[in-house]
Design a protein around this ligand. Structure first.
Ligand code: FES
Length: 160
């Protein structure tokens, strides 16, 4: 019979004690080769791919704000707003057909892969997303994306 590492948690990974993760607010973990950011904010846990889908910015230090009723992390690099719950990118725009055009929040759809966080008796587990569709943040988890992230970091260091 095939042996599984964590048969009782169904593919979930233990990522830390609840109290520790609350105190840390943002925690970085690598699970099955995937770099994931775990966030505790306003009493809730969230998890998403660690690098912004747009150009691989590190989301770990992004501010969190409620925008249009959704908690969003704001990528420090170019300020894209990504919802914590679904990984949806939202932006403010105007519809030129409206007279006068009124700025509103629009969605670009799910761009950042999010993962499932659960608590069992004070222990926090993370289950990686099993959505088989390509989600744009997947790119920066792959080898090509890693090379690009490294190049961008080196270029930033040169200019700073
Ligand atoms: S890399 Fe995140 S907004 Fe551009």
């Amino acid at each position: 019979m095939e042996e599984k590492k964590q048969p009782s948690t169904g593919g979930s990974h233990f990522v830390g004690k609840k109290d520790e993760l609350i105190e840390a607010k943002r925690s970085f973990r690598t699970l099955e080769g995937r770099d994931v950011l775990i966030i505790h904010h306003q009493g809730g846990f969230y998890a998403m791919d660690s690098y912004c889908y747009h150009a691989g910015g590190t989301l770990q230090n992004g501010d969190i704000e409620e925008i249009d009723g959704k908690l969003c992390i704001i990528c420090p690099k170019h300020k894209y707003k990504i919802s914590l719950a679904k990984g949806e990118c939202i932006y403010k725009g105007t519809d030129p057909r409206e007279k006068p055009p009124v700025p509103r929040w629009y969605s670009k759809g799910v761009k950042q892969r999010t993962h499932t966080v659960t608590e069992i008796n004070g222990d926090i587990y993370l289950k990686l997303s099993e959505d088989t569709n390509w989600i744009e943040s997947d790119y920066y988890q792959g080898e090509k994306g890693k090379v690009e992230r490294a190049k961008a970091e080196a270029a930033e260091k040169k200019t700073s």
